[in-house]
Design a protein around this ligand. Structure first.
Ligand code: PMP
Length: 417
């Protein structure tokens, strides 16, 4: 990189300037400036995304794929352009491999239902891991109960890494699918999904990746990862709630039966026979979250202007800084110390319930997550009631981490008094 380019990149990444794009960051909470460290749960939205939604409702609103009138046609083009933006962002080969859903949870339920209906039978096995979010356990658990199939679980080390040798042992001719999280929402572990996919593919087993926590932080490329299905949510990457993506390889989507059916999915309907559209329309029944889809593409353009590599590098700096500062607090134990981590830091303090810490931090204007983070089997592994979790975005700062660490020390002192 030339010196000039380097300077340009640095100049692009001005955190104080970025913060001005997020109006909510200006508000106070309990009389203190809001410090928002709950980005793993949902991220805040920049003006660019908020403006796109306002623009949609003030000047563009119409239903898509149906109208001959201009308003409908224009917004259909914008919605379909959003699909292409998403396709390009994740390196999918075809735009019809991008299916709009309500979010990661619906995307996983979609595959569990459609894939399960056709490809899973009694005695078959599905593999998940011990660090999965409930959204990547329950659809498979339910499917296994319905089909008399078996759910197998890849165990983890205490540092929060998958035991890859154990994973290899679990794979057999009975395995129908592997469903694995890319970045753990509780531990921050970045799993070696590319290896996990290639190990499964060597046995012709497809892999679904839960990308809810990776998409906002890492550059992912479907051609490189080679995952068969990849799921994520808009709201965790600066886009509106209620919209998400299921990426599926063309070859798989062709084989999947319908998930939901209804308006928008058909070529012709009669009471005798219905002819369905191809992907993606066949999989997108009913009126979708139109402004959400458009907002998702705007959010991607927004983060891509800074570069995900720059975002990841800065967030890693925040993670390292917070890890150092928190580690110095007596009786504080970090849960999740994998070598490869995204900007999530979970911890417990001996003898203090995470909820009590969360409430005292809230009183000081600091929003963190406390509890099991929808990963109860994972917190059971550590034999803890849950953790306090701080998850950082590229709009957070080291100064905020200093305030947070001081507030932590004050809170512990107060509880111990
Ligand atoms: N998987 C992971 C790893 C998550 O962190 C989350 C959200 N916390 C989900 C799945 C579910 O995402 P959503 O609620 O947006 O469907």
């Amino acid at each position: 990189m030339t010196q000039k380019k380097h300077i340009e990149k640095k100049a692009l990444f001005d955190v104080q300037k970025i913060r001005k794009d997020f109006p909510i960051l200006l508000r106070t909470m309990n009389g203190k400036p809001l410090i928002y460290f709950d980005n793993g749960a949902t991220t805040q939205k920049p003006n660019q995304v908020i403006d796109a939604i306002v623009k949609y409702y003030t000047g563009q609103n119409a239903n898509i794929h149906r109208g001959v009138h201009r308003l409908s046609q224009d917004v259909t083009v914008e919605y379909e352009n959003a699909r292409v933006t998403i396709q390009k962002h994740i390196g999918a080969k075809h735009e019809h491999e991008i299916i709009f859903t309500r979010g990661t949870t619906e995307s996983i339920n979609f595959v569990a239902t459609a894939f399960g209906k056709k490809f899973v039978n009694a005695g078959d096995e599905i593999i998940v891991s011990e660090m999965e979010h409930h959204s990547n356990i329950l659809p498979w658990q339910q499917l296994c109960e319905e089909k008399n199939a078996v759910l197998k679980v890849i165990p983890i080390t205490d540092s929060g890494e998958l035991l890859i040798d154990e994973y290899k042992k679990l794979l057999s001719e009975k395995t129908k699918l592997v469903a694995i999280v890319h970045v753990s929402n509780t531990l921050g572990t970045v799993n070696p999904v590319k290896d996990i996919v290639s190990i499964a593919h060597a046995k012709n087993i497809p892999v679904l990746v839960d990308g809810a926590q990776s998409i906002p932080h890492l550059k992912v490329d479907m051609q490189d990862l080679d995952a068969d299905f990849y799921c994520f949510s808009g709201h965790k990457m600066y886009a509106p709630t209620g919209v998400g993506i299921l990426y599926g390889k063309e070859a798989w989507l062709k084989k999947l039966p319908n998930y939901q059916v209804g308006g928008g999915t058909i070529k012709t309907v009669s009471f005798d026979k219905t002819e369905y559209e191809g992907s993606p329309l066949r999989f997108e029944a009913g009126t979708p979250n139109i402004e959400g889809g458009i907002g998702l593409a705007v959010a991607l353009d927004y983060i891509n202007a800074f570069g995900l590599e720059n975002i990841a590098a800065y967030e890693h700096e925040l993670l390292t800084y917070a890890t150092e500062k928190l580690s110095a607090i007596e009786d504080l134990r970090i849960i999740g110390t994998a070598k490869e981590k995204a900007s999530v830091i979970s911890f417990v303090v001996d003898g203090i319930h995470p909820l009590d810490i969360g409430m005292l931090l809230d009183a000081q204007g600091i929003a963190v997550r406390t509890g099991h983070h929808c990963t109860q089997p994972l917190v059971a592994h550590y034999q803890i009631p849950g953790t306090v979790r701080a998850s950082f975005s590229f709009y957070n700062t080291k100064e905020e981490i200093d305030v947070f660490v001081n507030a932590m020390m004050k809170s512990i002192q107060r509880i111990r008094k």
